[in-house]
Ligand binder design. Structure first.
Ligand SMILES: Nc1ncnc2c1ncn2[C@@H]1O[C@H](COP(=O)(O)OP(=O)(O)O)[C@@H](O)[C@H]1O
Ligand SMILES: [Mg+2]
Length: 385
């Protein structure tokens, strides 16, 4: 193919889900010869007005996904909870699917995901499967542990920390993973790009700092402050994770570094991810730019950082629900090295991801300083009317 071939053929590409990840993917699409389609139930979702064609429909419905995908060149996701049977049928009819439906099936069920790590000798915390609460009650010897629901959990919903036998009642009465509590030193995320020809590109890992009361990411530093040996372990494990999926796409691998220096995979997302938001401004090719390169068959981009960065999530404040009002936005917009992203969600609620801010600087101290400043200045509230 020559460059002219690329320009002549506008590929039709669909995205399942219309949240902020889809919105940022669509922003990056504007640089490429691609006609975009979004399927989502909420016609006011963050992606609805940025795509070329919006279809209102349920991403979990076979018919909705199949009808949406028929006739497209390629389809991708911004959330795992989609109808994989429809994607398999579309794949068999020649629609390219990023990531492969087989990977989605493995990943979106935490029991199958843990089995995948075990089967492929990928280090991950020790675990057992519990089918229901009665089965969990038999496992008090396994505590302290973290109980994770097999399907449907996200952003900390679907995860319960069980320290002592009395906590067991907080567990899930559904097929779940009971995972040994890790003595965490650092939480790291490694973004990986895999092209259709199997080429792999790694972004520098990021270090995640959590708000443990909300179980949500507080802010995130790039690059992670880890020693070289830990970096090698993280990279080797990440490659091992994506290699065995045998699927093109973008992958976000969350890992723990424990206090003995061991590196363990926590979980993987087979899509663009919150832990790659900083790549929009801080890296030569962002995770969104990279996914378009992968889907459209262009060469992979450069994952190097232009500058170190910090990313702060902008999250709905406690006690406020409804029509959104941003407090402190002007002050944050006045910070020289900050990039503000608001996702266009009409309503806020406590803990909802409403936006993020990325700060670039050569100095780590400056990054931390600005992150704390942004956290204290900016708050998502609601109007009383
Ligand atoms: N085995 C574990 N040991 C200690 N902490 C854990 C363990 N598993 C999860 N956590 C904590 O809970 C958080 C959420 O768990 P995770 O499996 O990533 O669920 P989610 O799908 O909600 O992101 C992690 O980021 C980590 O802080
Ligand atoms: Mg997680």
């Amino acid at each position: 193919m020559t460059a002219d071939d690329y320009i002549c053929h506008m590929q039709k590409v669909g995205i399942l889900g219309g949240g902020q990840l889809g919105r940022m993917l669509l922003q990056a699409a504007a640089n490429y010869p691609v006609e975009t389609f979004v399927l989502e139930n909420d016609a006011e979702c963050p992606s609805a007005h940025l795509c070329d064609h919006f279809t209102k429909g349920d991403i979990r419905s076979f018919d909705a996904v199949y009808q949406f995908g028929k006739g497209l060149d390629a389809i991708t996701i911004e959330i795992e909870n989609v109808n994989t049977e429809a994607l398999e049928k579309l794949e068999s009819e020649g629609v390219k699917v990023f990531p492969k439906p087989s990977v989605l099936k493995t990943i979106r069920n935490k029991i199958l995901q843990k089995k995948y790590y075990a089967d492929n000798s990928i280090p991950s915390p020790a675990y057992i499967v519990t089918d229901n609460l009665a089965a969990l009650q038999q496992q008090s010897d396994f505590l302290p542990a973290v109980h994770k629901i097999g399907e449907g959990g996200y952003d900390g919903k679907g995860v319960q920390v069980l320290r002592k036998p009395e906590d067991i009642t907080k567990g899930f009465d559904a097929p779940s993973v009971l995972e040994k509590m890790v003595d965490i030193d650092k939480e790291i995320a490694q973004m990986v790009a895999v092209s259709s020809t199997g080429e792999i590109a790694l972004y520098p890992p990021v270090e995640m700092l959590f708000d443990h009361s909300l179980n949500l990411l507080d802010f995130q530093l790039c690059p992670a402050t880890i020693n070289e040996k830990t970096l090698w372990k993280v990279e080797a494990i990440a490659v091992q994770v994506v290699k065995n999926f045998k699927s093109p796409g973008i992958f976000a691998i969350e890992l723990f570094v424990d206090r003995s220096g061991a590196v363990l995979v926590n979980e993987t997302a087979p899509r663009v991810h919150n832990s790659g938001h900083h790549t929009i401004e801080a890296h030569f090719s962002s995770q969104f730019d990279m996914l378009w390169r992968i889907i459209l068959g262009f060469p992979l981009g450069n994952t190097d950082a232009i500058l170190p960065s910090v990313m702060v999530n902008v999250i709905g404040a406690e006690g406020y629900s409804g029509k959104v009002k941003y407090e402190g936005l002007e002050e944050v917009l006045g910070i020289d090295n900050a990039f503000v992203h608001l996702y266009g969600k009409k309503a806020t609620k406590p803990g909802r991801k409403m936006g993020h801010v990325t700060v670039l600087s050569k100095e780590k101290q400056e990054l931390i300083h600005q992150a704390n400043k942004i956290k204290s200045l900016l708050s998502v509230q609601s109007t009383s009317d």
